[in-house]
Write a protein that binds this ligand. Sequence first.
Ligand code: RB5
Length: 146
Amino acid sequence: MAGASIAVASDHAGFDLKELLKRDLQQAGYDVLDLGTNSTASVDYPDFGKAMADAIASGQVARGVLVCGTGIGISIAANRNPKVRAALVHDETSARLSREHNDANVVAFGQRLIGTETARAALKVFLNTEFAGGRHAGRVAKLSKD
Ligand code: RB5
């Protein structure tokens, strides 16, 4: 997917990892939309989860990367939008399965929980793994129903 548009967003507790992953994405040739935050000054993660959800739901980007302290709050916020399938990922295996089984369109990391190199490797896997379809397709379709 290199060359495609991808959004990144974090709160203050995910800012450093968000910046690092943004740089990796830019170096890999992605067109990166940075939705903030822009410093380590305290902010509220729901605002950034919603900004990501809006960017995905509007079609502005097809994929997103979220970071907060744990990855939990910001993924909960993004997943309130039925067009978002944000997966909280801890390693390369969860990154791969979030794509193969869940067709996740957003990956979330917890900066306070995941090692930097693990996050970088997991993001690569997330972006380079296709949805497996088949028995998973109907299940994923149910996620978007009311
Ligand atoms: C911020 O202190 C922290 O609560 C936030 O980054 C996140 O971990 C919430 O789920």
